[in-house]
Write a protein that binds this ligand. Structure first.
Ligand code: ZN
Length: 165
């Protein structure tokens, strides 16, 4: 799998967040870059860079080695992107999303839904029966909803994941 910008952005949004995109994009084709150099090159505060790095560590998306700085006497961390982990995550995130979407589409296709005219609630058949088809919020009679549009949108979403990510 080639790691396109689109895939990387997608994985970051689903894991460490939008703010990690710049850092990963910068770091992805490099190896063992010191956190100070990262901060310099990205023109960001070292604290901000560290926060983002630790977010990425939580998902095993980056790893580091540390070396003692001879003159200053403290440790400096050098960072590398775990490319295989991005590949693994994109696959597992996609699979989970597709599974959820399929379940949702199943539910929408195989059940009836009821809504009240004031749009307070949306109930499935069993719950609507419990309330005798009267909205528990406003008391209005609930009507069966045409959910074809919802299903269509879910199908589109599914196709988008299947074909583009
Ligand atoms: Zn209502």
């Amino acid at each position: 799998m080639r790691l396109s910008k689109k895939i990387i952005d997608y994985v970051m949004r689903e894991t460490a967040g939008e703010r990690a995109i710049d850092l990963i994009t910068y770091l992805r084709n490099k190896k063992n870059v010191s956190e100070f150099k990262i901060a310099d090159d990205l023109k960001k505060d070292i604290k901000e860079v560290r926060t983002t790095l630790y977010l990425l560590v939580n998902f095993n998306l980056v790893s580091s080695i540390r070396k003692k700085d001879k003159t200053k006497g403290w440790y400096i961390y050098y960072w590398t992107v775990n490319t295989d982990q991005i590949k693994y995550l994109v696959k597992s995130i996609k699979e989970k999303k597709l599974e959820k979407l399929k379940e949702r589409i199943d539910r929408e296709t195989n059940s009836l839904f009821f809504v009240c005219g004031n749009n307070c609630l949306r109930l499935n058949f069993d719950s609507a029966t419990e309330f005798e088809f009267k909205c528990p919020e406003c008391g209005l009679l609930m009507n069966q909803e045409d959910n074809a549009g919802i299903i269509e949108n879910l199908e589109k979403e599914k196709l988008l994941i299947e074909t583009t990510i």
